[in-house]
Design a protein around this ligand. Structure first.
Ligand SMILES: C[S@@+](CC[C@H](N)C(=O)[O-])C[C@H]1O[C@@H](n2cnc3c(N)ncnc32)[C@H](O)[C@@H]1O
Length: 230
């Protein structure tokens, strides 16, 4: 699947922009802070010396590159479409798994004790959301960690938009062109509570929601979620 197909897929359901994501290049100044934020959370919980790492929807691979160096990871794989993977020159082709993870996961025949899926979940159509999660869990090893990062929550978005900060944000980036209350009512955006319910039904996992560093652009309406397989 190429980049445009991905974009079309998300447009068909609901665009990233409507979930208060970044417009192109808006994210660039925050990249370093994002790396630091993820690393500071992971280093507290990773106790394995031998990390086997998978980055699902790795984009330009910059987070992976940072973590691989910082956590001294030798065993890793990156997934995204070829549009992005082809640009990642520091990674050998045999470590790249191309394509939509919903299908590409079939090509993966090993388990990982650290899976990162950062700022990706909101591209997945809601009706495929839990299939996507189950596919991630299938390749997570026992005691492994799934780091679902940067996950928007519709209640948080709504709350933020009611605040003065949220109103300013909305008019600055979206010129108030978007009718958020209509979108929120459309139920196309996942709530963090949907994820809690899903994991609380299953005793095999623990789930923890962690606030993003305040200096991050979207810390008001997104959280990082750490899922641990028991
Ligand atoms: C906002 S970018 C985040 C990239 C990277 N994780 C980061 O935070 O720098 C979202 C990425 O998710 C990828 N993506 C979206 N849906 C996907 C899917 N079904 N399977 C694999 N990757 C997907 C997109 O191609 C894009 O690179």
């Amino acid at each position: 699947m190429n980049y445009n197909s991905f974009l079309n897929l998300s447009k068909k359901k609901i665009s990233n922009e409507l979930k208060m994501g970044f417009k192109k290049n808006q994210r660039r100044p925050y990249k370093k802070k994002i790396n630091l934020d993820i690393h500071s959370k992971l280093k507290k919980i990773i106790n394995k010396k031998q990390i086997s790492f998978l980055d699902v929807g790795c984009g330009d691979g910059s987070i992976s590159r940072y973590l691989i160096k910082k956590l001294n990871i030798k065993d890793f794989m990156l997934n995204d479409n070829n549009f992005f993977l082809d640009k990642i020159k520091w990674c050998k082709n045999e470590k790249k798994i191309s394509g939509n993870f919903l299908r590409a996961s079939k090509k993966i025949d090993k388990k990982f004790n650290l899976i990162l899926c950062y700022s990706v979940i909101h591209y997945i159509p809601k009706n495929k959301f839990f299939t996507f999660i189950k596919k991630l869990l299938k390749i997570l090893s026992k005691k492994g960690i799934l780091f679902l990062g940067d996950v928007p929550d519709k209640n948080l978005i709504l709350k933020f938009l009611k605040s003065q900060k949220g109103k300013n944000y909305h008019s600055k980036f979206y010129k108030n062109k978007i009718n958020y209350s209509k979108i929120i009512k459309s139920k196309k955006i996942i709530n963090h509570s949907d994820l809690s319910k899903f994991f609380n039904k299953n005793n095999d996992y623990s789930i923890k929601f962690i606030k993003q560093n305040n200096s991050l652009h979207y810390s008001n309406f997104r959280k990082d979620i750490i899922i641990r397989k028991k």
